[in-house]
Design a protein around this ligand. Structure first.
Ligand code: PEP
Ligand code: MG
Length: 602
C-alpha cells in the first residue's frame, strides 16, 4: 500500500461510533454515496500514464457528443443540437483540460478525482452567478464532468471491496446498500460525514461488524487518501497520520478487543436470566442472509427482525423473484433456532432502498414507504407473501416464520394487508401449492399514530414490535441520519420513554406479545430501562448480544423496574442521562458515544 510522500501532523476528529472496534488502515476517499469516484494516490511513475488516460477519455467523450449531435440534427433539425454543441466546446477547451492535467500532476491524483475536483470548483463559481441563463450553464459543466468520469471508471460502479487490503473508506456519505456490499475481510472500516447512530448505514455496519464512525464533520476535507488512519467505533475517535505512540495505544486496544471476542463466545451458552430469576429473550436482527452465521455465533434464540428489503440490494436484477425470496425465507426458517424468524415485509423507501420507477421524494421519511408502498404496488407485496407462506410450510411447522408489517400508521393498512394475505393463502390453496396458513401477523409500532392507537391495533395484530429508531425519529421530529441533529436523536427522551411505556401497557392489557427490535435493544443502559418498563423480548444486532446477556445476568429485575419508574418521571433527556450515569455508571454511556452524551447533558 502506498503512502503520501508528504507527511502531515496527527489530526483528531470525533463523530458517533456506529460499530464498535478499532481499525487501523489506509484511508481511501470516496466521492459519492454510491462509491463511484474514489481518490487514489498515484506513484510518480504512473502520473504520465494517468494524464494520457484522461485525454483519451476526453477524446472518447468528444466522439460521443459529436455522434449525439449528428443524431439530434437528423431527427430534430440543427437548432436543437445547440446544448450538445456547448458540451463539445467545453470538451475542446484547452484551458479546462490543462487545469485537470495540472491537478493530476501536482496531487498525484487519479483522473476521475481530478475531473471531479476541478469541475466542482468551477461549479461553485457558477452557483454564485446572478444571471439566470449563465448560472444554468453550470448544469452543462456537471453533465460533461459526469460523462468523462463515466468513461474513465467504466459504466459500472466501482466495487469498494477492490480498493486494496486494509482500506478504510472515508466518504461524505454511504448508501445502506453500498455498505451492505462491503466485505469485512477486505474493507477494515469506514468513516462518514453524514449519518447517525440509528441510520441504516450504521445498522448495516454493526451487522457486518465493520468498525465505523459516522457524523464526523468535514472528514473528507481533513483526511487525505493514502494516509494511515485509525478509527475507534466505540468512542467515535478518528485519527489520521497517527504518531507512533497513538499507533501503539490503538494496536493494544485492538488486541484487547480480540481477547474480549473470545470471552464472548465462551459465555454464549449461559442463560439470559436476571439474578432474581426472570428470563429475557435475546433475538437477532438480520439484514443479510449471511449474517445467520453471526446469529449462531452469539446464540440468539431466533431472528426477531429480518429486514427483507435488503434482498433488493442482493438480487441480480434489482427485484428479488418469488423463488429468490422463497429460498431466503426457507433458509431463515430452518436456521433461526428455537423462536424462528420474523420476516418484516419490504420497508422500501425512506433512507433505505428505492423502487425503480418511483421519483425521489421531497420528504422520504414521511413518504410512500414500507406498508404504504406495499399496498400501492400490490404485485410485489403478493409475491413476497406467497414466498413467505410457502417457506413457512417448510421445516417443522408454521410457527417458525411470522410476518411483520412496517410503518403502520392506520388500522386500515393492517386490515388491507390481512385481506391480501388471506387472498394469497386462498390462491395457494387453489393451486395446491404447499404453504402455511394462520401465520402470525405482527405490527411495527414506530410512528406516534400507532402508539396512540395501540389498543385497537392490538385487536388486529398477533404481536407488536417496537421500532424505536423510527419511533424516536417521528416522536422527536429528528432525522435519524442527519449529522446536524445527531445530539437531538435520543431514545431516552422522556417523550419516547412514555410512548414505549404506553404501548407496553396496552399490549399487556390486550394480552398480545410485544418485543423491541429498534437499536435501543443493543445498548446496555437503554436495555436496563426497557426491561424496567416490562419489555423482556429484545431483538438486536447480533454482536450486541454478549453485552446484553452479561447485563441481564448481572441485574435484579426489581432494580430495573425501580430505575425505569424513576426515569419515566423525569422531564428532560439530560436528567435521564444524568440519572443513569450516576446510578449505573458501569454500563457506560446510555448512548455509545461520549459526544452525544456531553452535548445532551451540557
Ligand atoms: C426501527 O425503526 O426501529 C426499526 C427496527 O426498523 P428500521 O431501523 O429498519 O427502520
Ligand atoms: Mg423502522
Amino acid at each position: 500500500m502506498r503512502k503520501t510522500t508528504r507527511k502531515f501532523p496527527e489530526a483528531r476528529l470525533e463523530g458517533i461510533g456506529a460499530c464498535q472496534g478499532v481499525a487501523i488502515g489506509t484511508a481511501f476517499l470516496v466521492d459519492d454515496p454510491r462509491g463511484r469516484v474514489v481518490r487514489v494516490y498515484l506513484p510518480a511513475e504512473q502520473v504520465d500514464a494517468e494524464v494520457a488516460r484522461f485525454y483519451q477519455a476526453v477524446r472518447i467523450a468528444q466522439l460521443q457528443v459529436q455522434e449525439a449531435i449528428e443524431r439530434l440534427q437528423a431527427a430534430l433539425g440543427a437548432e436543437r443540437a445547440y446544448i450538445l454543441e456547448s458540451h463539445l466546446l467545453m470538451l475542446q477547451d484547452r484551458s479546462l483540460g490543462e487545469q485537470i492535467e495540472a491537478f493530476i500532476r501536482e496531487n498525484h491524483a487519479n483522473a476521475e478525482w481530478a475531473v471531479r475536483d476541478v469541475t466542482a470548483q468551477l461549479l461553485d463559481v457558477y452557483a454564485k452567478i446572478t444571471d439566470d441563463y449563465l448560472r444554468e450553464r453550470g448544469s452543462d459543466i456537471a453533465d460533461v464532468s459526469h460523462r468523462i468520469i463515466k468513461i474513465l471508471s467504466g459504466s459500472k460502479m466501482r466495487d469498494l471491496n477492490d480498493l486494496a487490503n486494509g482500506a478504510i473508506i472515508v466518504a461524505d456519505d454511504l448508501l445502506p446498500s453500498v455498505a451492505a456490499d462491503l466485505d469485512p475481510a477486505k474493507v477494515l472500516g469506514f468513516v462518514t460525514n453524514g449519518g447517525g447512530w440509528a441510520s441504516h448505514t450504521s445498522i448495516i455496519a454493526r451487522s457486518l461488524g465493520i468498525p465505523s464512525v459516522v457524523g464526523v464533520k468535514n472528514v473528507a476535507a481533513v483526511v487525505r487518501s493514502g494516509e494511515t488512519i485509525i478509527i475507534d467505533g466505540a468512542t467515535g475517535a478518528v485519527i489520521s497520520n497517527p504518531s507512533p505512540e497513538t499507533l501503539r495505544f490503538y494496536s493494544e486496544q485492538r488486541a484487547r478487543q480480540q481477547q474480549q471476542q473470545i470471552f464472548d463466545i465462551e459465555e454464549r451458552e449461559l442463560p439470559a436470566i436476571t439474578l432474581d430469576g426472570i428470563e429475557v429473550n435475546l433475538r437477532a436482527n438480520i439484514e443479510l442472509i449471511e449474517e445467520i452465521e453471526a446469529f449462531r455465533r452469539f446464540n440468539a434464540s431466533g431472528v426477531g427482525l429480518y429486514r427483507s428489503e435488503f434482498l433488493y440490494s442482493q438480487a441480480a436484477t434489482g427485484l428479488p423473484t418469488e423463488e429468490d425470496q422463497f429460498e431466503a425465507y426457507k433458509f431463515l426458517a430452518e436456521m433461526s433456532g428455537r423462536d424462528g424468524a420474523v420476516i418484516r415485509t419490504f420497508d422500501l423507501g425512506g433512507d433505505k432502498l428505492h423502487l425503480e420507477g418511483f421519483k425521489p421524494e421531497r420528504n422520504p421519511a414521511l413518504g410512500l414507504r414500507a406498508i404504504r408502498l406495499s399496498l400501492v404496488v400490490q404485485d410485489i407485496f403478493r409475491t413476497q407473501i406467497r414466498a413467505i407462506l410457502r417457506a413457512a410450510n417448510q421445516a417443522d411447522g408454521n410457527a417458525r416464520l411470522k410476518i411483520l408489517l412496517p410503518f403502520v400508521s392506520n388500522l386500515d393498512e393492517v386490515r388491507e394487508a390481512k385481506r391480501i394475505i388471506a387472498e394469497v393463502e386462498k390462491e395457494l390453496r387453489q393451486q395446491r401449492v404447499p404453504h402455511a396458513e394462520d401465520v402470525e401477523i405482527g405490527v411495527m409500532i414506530e410512528v406516534p399514530a400507532a402508539v396512540i392507537l395501540a389498543e385497537p391495533l392490538a385487536r388486529e395484530a398477533d404481536f407488536f414490535s417496537l421500532g424505536t429508531n423510527d419511533l424516536t425519529q417521528s416522536m422527536l421530529a429528528v432525522d435519524r441520519g442527519n449529522e446536524n441533529v445527531n445530539s437531538l436523536f435520543d431514545p431516552l427522551h422522556p417523550a419516547v420513554l412514555r410512548a414505549i411505556k404506553y404501548v407496553a401497557e396496552a399490549a399487556a392489557r390486550m394480552q398480545i406479545k410485544i418485543n423491541v427490535c429498534g437499536e435501543m435493544a443493543s445498548n446496555p443502559a437503554q436495555v436496563l430501562v426497557l426491561l424496567g418498563l416490562g419489555l423482556k423480548d429484545l431483538s438486536m444486532t447480533p454482536s450486541a448480544i454478549p453485552a446484553i446477556r452479561r447485563l441481564v445476568r448481572s441485574i435484579n429485575m426489581s432494580a430495573a423496574e425501580n430505575i425505569a419508574s424513576q426515569v419515566i418521571a423525569l422531564a428532560t433527556p439530560a436528567e435521564v442521562h444524568r440519572y443513569l450515569q450516576s446510578h449505573v455508571p458501569h454500563l457506560g454511556a446510555p448512548f455509545l458515544t461520549s459526544a452525544q452524551l456531553s452535548k445532551s447533558t451540557a
